[in-house]
Design a protein. Structure first.
Length: 111
C-alpha cells in the first residue's frame, strides 16, 4: 500500500528510471477542473512470486483502506472536492507498468 497524491506528481528527471519514477515532492500542482494529467506511481519495493492464473488488483481510493496508521490520531481528511476520474482508454490509456524479474536459473534453498 502506498499513499501518493496527484498534486505531488512532479518527477525528478535525474533520479527517475523507466521502472521506478522518483518524485521531487517540492511543489504542489493542483488539478484544474476538467483537466487531465499523467501520473506515475512507484510501487513499493517487494518481492512476490506469482503462479499461473494468479492476478493483481489495483485499488485507487481517496482514503486509506486501513484508516489512521497510529491509534489515537484522527484520520487525515483530504481537502479534495469534486469528482475525480481515472481515464483508462482512448487517447488517455492507463496501464500498470511493473518491474518484473524472473527467478529462472537462480538456485533455491541452502547452498
Amino acid at each position: 500500500m502506498k499513499n501518493e497524491r496527484v498534486s505531488l506528481r512532479h518527477l525528478d528527471e535525474e533520479l527517475s528510471t523507466e521502472d521506478v519514477p522518483a518524485h521531487t515532492f517540492d511543489r504542489t500542482e493542483k488539478l484544474a477542473p476538467g483537466g487531465i494529467v499523467d501520473v506515475e506511481i512507484d510501487p513499493l519495493p517487494l518481492g512476490l512470486t506469482f503462479h499461473p492464473g494468479e492476478q493483481l488488483r489495483l485499488v485507487v481510493r481517496g482514503r486509506s483502506l486501513l484508516g489512521t496508521m497510529m491509534p489515537g490520531n484522527r484520520a487525515y481528511t483530504p481537502a479534495n472536492e469534486g469528482e475525480h476520474l481515472i481515464h483508462t482508454g482512448g487517447g488517455h490509456a492507463s496501464y500498470p507498468r511493473l518491474p518484473v524479474r524472473t527467478t529462472r536459473g537462480l538456485r533455491r534453498g541452502p547452498a
